[in-house]
Write a protein that binds this ligand. Structure first.
Ligand code: SF4
Length: 64
């Protein structure tokens, strides 16, 4: 089942431009795909490296 709390915590760290370059129409959908493992944070072309690392850590802790 989708962890909506984790999706929300990741979502607010994304650029929120809904640019579509990750292959998804919105950053919200991208956050959901990260949580279910169908995308990695590095698929977002707009993300600063330090934020990408923060999100990676959140996922690692979640999967632990
Ligand atoms: S590439 Fe990044 S900023 Fe663009 S829609 Fe995807 S998650 Fe949002």
């Amino acid at each position: 089942m989708l962890d909506h709390d984790l999706v929300a915590r990741i979502y607010v760290k994304l650029p929120l431009t809904d640019c579509g370059e990750c292959g998804l129409p919105t950053c919200r959908e991208f956050a959901e795909k990260i949580v279910v493992g169908e995308k990695t944070v590095f698929d977002c072309t707009q993300l600063e490296n330090d934020i990408a690392q923060e999100i990676s850590l959140m996922i690692d802790e979640y999967l632990r």
